[in-house]
Structure formats: structure tokens, C-alpha cells
Design a protein around this ligand. Structure first.
Ligand code: BDR
Ligand code: CA
Length: 311
């Protein structure tokens, strides 16, 4: 199985991504590393453990990482995710432990001990933890198989400012460090996730599972989509983070292009914007595989049928 570390700030959509990973025998989740993002770290690390227990995977190692971005104060998104970050389902307080080791140390140690080119980092939140790894141990960059991340947006615009997507906006310096690391990078931006809408019909399929994880998925999705439904009157909200895991499982659901992606961290109006050289206008290096489209029916089919295998 492909070895992955999930770096995350759960988050309802993060939760669905973690469930999808647990439900997929092709993936070996070496650990979950929490970062501050949607809500502060003290909540995201608890949420990561709640989800692990929900899936019956209390043996998972969960680590706490950075509690703030590299150079800026933390910005959170309770307006989307609720006070706990995981509002919606009624999940018990976790009884599995948080690991003592810092998330950044865990990632570094894992990259050193696993064979080079075998560990994939799946990043579902701000890129702070990963930037710390690359700053502290730059020699490890060539040992990372791939970084697959949800973040950014270009054709669709932003979701936290008109030009910036939340994960990148929270820590643009970290994002830029990752983009310049030379590690193979796959980006699943808003341009893609806005095609994966949680319509009533799609949520009904989770309800029909009649399982604990199916019911929790319904509660997570119904809470999460209310933000977009109320604000934009859409049928369902965009489901972001599970696209990272779905891409690993079924890349044929996605199309994109190798191109240059840079993050602006200098200008007020475009602060945190991912600038994508889709048309190859510059000769800047093609540092990322930027995904543009998803087969959304195929994506939800995968998500539902996999989560159906969980308790
Ligand atoms: C991203 O920001 C968070 O609110 C979501 O969990 C997702 O990772 C979408 O912009
Ligand atoms: Ca997230």
C-alpha cells in the first residue's frame, strides 16, 4: 500500500478525507499530523482523534504540529466549520492518546526512516507543518514521493478574499516554501472542488448506508454545506479535501496540467493568491501539477462506496 501522512486541520471536509483514506486498502496511513487552520490547534488535534475513533481506527498515531503560521497571526474559519471545527455530528470526546512527539519531528523522522521516495504527504490545511519540515531538514525534500494538497484557486477566484483560498491565505509564506522545494506537487484547487457539490441526492446515498460513519458523514456534510447554501443559494456546498485522497486512489477522475504556480505574499488585493501560469506565458519552472477538472459523479461514487466499508 502507498504510505501517506495526512496533514490536516479538521474541518468537516478534512474528516471525510480521513474517512476515505481509512476506508482504502491501497493507502497506509502512517500518521495524522494536525495543524492550526480552520480552528486552533487545540481543537484540530482533538478532531483528528475523534475521526479516527469514529472510523474504528484508534490505533492511528495523531500528532500536534504548528499552532500558528510561520510569520502571521492565525486566521480561523469558524464561520464555515462552527465553533469546534467539526460541528454537525455528535462525536464523543476521544479516549485515544495524542502522541507526545511534535508533528514536524514525526514527519522528519518518518522521511528519514522510510525508504526514499515512498512517503506521500497529503495536505488538507495550511502548509505550515510541511514548511517547517523543509526549513529544518531541506535535505529530505528529495525523499518525499509527492505532496498532494488542497489549496489555491485561479479560475474560480478565492473563498477568503476575492483572490485567495483559505489554506494558502492563512500561511502564504509556507505555501511558497513548499512550491519552491522541488518536491513533485499536485494541487487540488477551488477550481476543482467547486465542481464537487454535496447535492441532496449525493447526501442521501450516505444516509442510505445505515452505518455509524454514514450517519456521521450526513451530519458533517449537512452542516458544512449550509454555509454555501445560505450564502449563495446553491444546491450543496463544495467538498474540498477528500479530493486529495480521491486523486491518489483514482487519478483518472482528474485532469490538469504541469505549470508554474506562485503565491503572492506582498500585495494587499492579491495577498495569498495562487498565480497559475496555465498558458506557459513565462519561463518560470513548472513546479506543480495543477488540477482543473474532476469527474464529480465518479468522485462521489468512490467516496460513498468506500465509506460504506467503514463501521
Ligand atoms: C479549505 O479550507 C478549509 O476551510 C477546508 O477544510 C479546506 O481545506 C478550502 O478552502
Ligand atoms: Ca482543511
Amino acid at each position: 500500500a502507498r504510505k501517506i501522512i495526512i496533514d490536516t486541520d479538521p474541518g468537516q471536509d478534512d474528516a471525510l478525507a480521513i474517512l476515505l483514506a481509512f476506508a482504502s486498502p491501497e493507502l497506509d496511513v502512517l500518521g495524522i499530523t494536525a495543524v492550526a487552520g480552520n480552528v486552533p490547534l487545540a481543537l484540530t488535534e482533538v478532531n483528528a482523534r475523534k475521526i479516527s475513533e469514529l472510523a474504528g481506527r484508534s490505533d492511528t498515531r495523531v500528532f500536534a504540529g504548528a499552532d500558528r503560521p510561520l510569520m502571521r497571526p492565525l486566521i480561523t474559519a469558524e464561520h464555515v466549520h462552527g465553533k469546534t471545527g467539526l460541528d454537525g455530528p455528535d462525536l464523543p470526546e476521544p479516549s485515544m492518546p495524542l502522541q507526545d512527539q511534535h508533528a514536524v519531528d514525526f514527519i522528519i523522522e518518518t522521511l528519514r526512516s522510510e525508504p526514499a521516495g515512498t512517503v506521500t504527504l497529503c495536505v488538507l490545511g495550511p502548509l505550515t507543518n510541511i514548511a517547517h519540515v523543509l526549513l529544518r531538514a531541506p535535505e529530505l525534500a528529495p525523499r518525499i514521493k509527492e505532496i498532494v494538497l488542497m489549496g489555491g484557486g485561479f479560475f474560480e477566484g478565492g473563498n477568503i478574499t476575492p483572490t485567495a483560498e483559505f489554506n494558502i491565505y492563512v500561511d502564504p509564506q509556507a505555501a511558497q516554501i513548499v512550491l519552491q522545494s522541488g518536491v513533485p506537487i499536485v494541487i487540488l484547487p477551488l477550481d476543482v472542488t467547486h465542481q464537487a457539490l454535496t447535492t441532496a441526492k449525493r447526501i442521501d446515498r450516505f444516509r442510505a448506508l445505515g452505518t455509524r460513519c454514514g450517519d456521521a458523514s450526513v451530519a458533517l456534510l449537512e452542516f458544512f454545506e449550509r454555509f454555501d447554501e445560505e450564502k449563495y443559494g446553491s444546491d450543496g456546498g463544495p467538498l474540498h479535501d477528500p479530493n486529495v485522497i480521491a486523486y491518489l486512489l483514482k487519478p483518472e477522475l482528474y485532469t490538469g496540467r504541469h505549470c508554474n504556480v506562485e503565491v503572492d505574499a506582498a500585495n494587499e488585493l492579491t495577498f495569498g493568491m495562487t498565480v497559475v501560469d496555465w498558458w506557459g506565458i513565462t519561463d518560470r519552472p513548472k513546479n506543480a501539477f495543477y488540477i482543473r477538472n474532476v469527474d464529480s459523479d465518479g468522485f462521489f461514487e468512490l467516496l460513498t462506496t468506500r465509506i460504506a466499508t467503514l463501521p
